[in-house]
Design a protein around this ligand. Sequence first.
Ligand code: UDX
Length: 437
Amino acid sequence: MKISVIGCGYLGAVHAASMAKLGHTVVGIDVDSAKIAELKAGRAPFFEPGLPELLLAAQDTGNLSFSTDFQDAAEADVHFICVGTPQRVGENAADLTYVNAAFTSVAELAKEGSYLVGKSTVPVGTALRLQEEIRSTRDGITVVWNPEFLREGHAVKDTLHPDRLVYGVESGLESDAAVAVLDEVYAQTLSEGTPRLVVNFPTAELVKTAANSFLATKISFVNAMAELCELTGADVTSLADAIGRDDRIGRKFLNAGIGFGGGCLPKDIRAFNARAEELGADQALTFLREIDLINMRRRSRAVEVMREMLGGSLIGKNIAVLGTAFKPESDDVRDSPALSIAQQLQLQGATVKVTDPEAINNSRRRFPELSYVETVEEALAKADLVAVLTEWKQYRDLTPEDLAPHTRGRVIFDGRNVIDSKAFKAAGWTYQGVGRS
Ligand code: UDX
């Protein structure tokens, strides 16, 4: 099939390359000429394992091209809209400027009988509004909502081999012509036995926000337990292992730590709440505010714990921060708890040296006032305290012997509960994790 992908950010770049891999002829469109130049050269504009290889392989077959000219999308049978829906400045609601503009632009040039498939995370009600707006100006263009559940760091696998495919069609019926078109797009994925659910527009929109809210709730739940563990001498990791054994609960997403961040969970739960208020259902989602509060409290608590570990004051103390990305295998620092904690430590008087295997450039752009270094050794130099804030494998594997020659103190804060605490304690270090006595 001929496919266009509008918006070549995280979602779009991966989607375009993956659709080409599935055998379609794909053009990726973005207004950012620097990004398009990178993609054309087979370079991903962000760190994502497997994506550069996929971009090069797909472009070699001639199935994948990129352009800044919307007109190059005109011949596509299916247009995937993958633009961002950031949080509105000064508000909790989602900013739909890019989604609205993309749908309007594509609807003007799309050929009759083509499909506009939304993949962006949007407030419930958006798909129907867009379909009605398009219908008022021209015929023969069908809107479909097909939410994406990809995780950064696993984006290629999640796109090519998803847990499930969700098709939101206006009728909500299997017999809708749009279902057959998406089945053709995803034929290879479906042949692997991937479950697919056909639902109506609002269900498809809600599936995405509900899934992200549930994940955020799991993380904040375990972080709330961590608060109680800290007060009672219980151990949150053992608690998570024990409750996670129950299939109904499950162990995944029960890792206590400095909380969730990134470009999705924080903004999506806020936008969901804002939409519920607009719908007069704010009571239904009041709990999400508490989820957000628990999450934010983790950050301030981490700073407090480190202050206590350093004898009550951060002023004049050297702190080595290992990790600024919001999670490992990513260079993304949007709403990263690690970077936000590093900044707080510095603002409260510590001298902070920060390193990360992939996220230094993005971190520097966001918080230029921190001191960034390339290697762990440089970060550790004369450190009074070492803070592991993103669980990159190379940090998880660090031993007391690796750190001791460089640091001034023997104090380690494990913001992700991934360090070998026994080894550090045995070597005479003061160790503190999250939710552990
Ligand atoms: C998330 C959803 O997982 C994905 O389905 C959706 O499409 C986009 O949002 P992503 O933002 O890539 O994906 O990150 P995810 O792996 O979900 O992690 C989010 C945050 O939660 C990270 O900061 C991570 O460190 C944190 N986290 C995750 C925890 O603190 N504890 C856990 O147990 C799991």
